[in-house]
Design a protein around this ligand. Structure first.
Ligand code: ADP
Length: 270
């Protein structure tokens, strides 16, 4: 059952007069709870790499006369710092996206460029696992939005496709126009996600397998960032997945049709 929270304030405004103000605080209370949870989760997530770093620093100090051990621990310290810095970066990105109106100035974005840039960056990590990334589909599509944020979203989907797939598999990314939407689909042949987990993966810090996600350097924030980017562009992200067969994440953003030669609008209300 839903609870409604009404805040009532009563003031004397005259000898025989009362002023009664009633305000619905339900939504405000819900948002406060989300913010509080986020802060608790963030502190918890930050504690892990910070704790590991301080422990490793102590260990290095104790092993000062064993160069081989020092090298090994220094390597682990570098990995932990990289995780910490990725985490801080994603927390900042997500907080920025949660601020309403983060996308106040929208410009036409060329989806071919978004794809080229994201695939380019993801290929390096994919190569280490002998995973090939093929891009294809319709060219010349445009949406209104923020180029850098769209690259971040597609990049997160590609990174996940690579992280949760075996060596030597294929990842595909395709674009197509469907009615008024531009659809960008990232397809993998990876481990897949069970039906009852498929919506939960969009929650902040939710991981199906925390140990595996930690191994791959995951923060648990990637898909919530994708979801926010989609929503801020007036679109959404849909998932298809089957355990053992693979997953497809489709980012759907309203298409922007620019008649050839017309000046592109630079701002648009959302
Ligand atoms: P993470 O940083 O852990 O990858 P995400 O928010 O990007 O965080 O994803 C949340 C969880 O969803 C992951 O930990 C993983 O369990 C699952 N997941 C995401 N993408 C895929 C995929 N392509 N295949 C299988 N599982 C996935």
């Amino acid at each position: 059952a839903a609870t409604i929270l009404i805040q009532v304030r009563i003031a004397h405004v005259g000898p025989h007069r009362l002023l009664v103000l009633a305000e619905d605080r339900t939504e405000a209370r819900r948002l406060e709870a989300i913010r509080r949870d986020f802060v608790v989760n963030v502190s918890h997530e930050l504690k892990t790499p910070v704790g590991a770093l301080s422990l490793l620093a102590e260990t290095v100090e104790a092993a000062a006369d064993d160069p081989e051990a020092v090298r090994r621990f220094a390597g682990r310290m570098q990995r932990e710092s990289a995780r910490l810095s990725a985490l801080v970066h994603e927390i900042i990105e997500l907080s920025r996206l949660q601020v309403a109106g983060a996308l106040s100035a929208l410009a036409p974005v060329d989806i071919d460029r978004v794809l080229a840039e994201s695939v380019d960056r993801a290929r390096t990590t994919a190569a280490a696992k002998q995973i090939t990334i093929d891009a294809g589909g319709e060219t010349g599509t445009t949406v209104y939005g923020d180029h850098a944020l769209l690259v971040t979203a597609v990049r997160n989907l590609l990174d996940n496709a690579v992280s949760y797939s075996g060596r030597g598999t294929h990842v595909g990314v395709g674009v197509r126009r469907r009615d008024d939407m531009v659809e960008i689909a990232v397809v993998d042949q990876g481990i897949g996600i069970a039906p009852d987990e498929q919506q939960r993966v969009f929650e902040r810090f939710y991981r199906v397998d925390p140990a595996r996600s930690r191994d791959t350097g995951g923060t648990g924030l990637g898909l919530s960032i994708v979801k926010h980017v989609a929503a801020d562009h007036g679109g959404d992200v849909v998932i298809w997945s089957q355990p053992g067969r693979g997953s497809t994440f489709t980012l759907r953003i309203p298409a922007a049709d620019l008649p050839p030669g017309s000046p592109a609008p630079t701002t648009q209300e959302v």
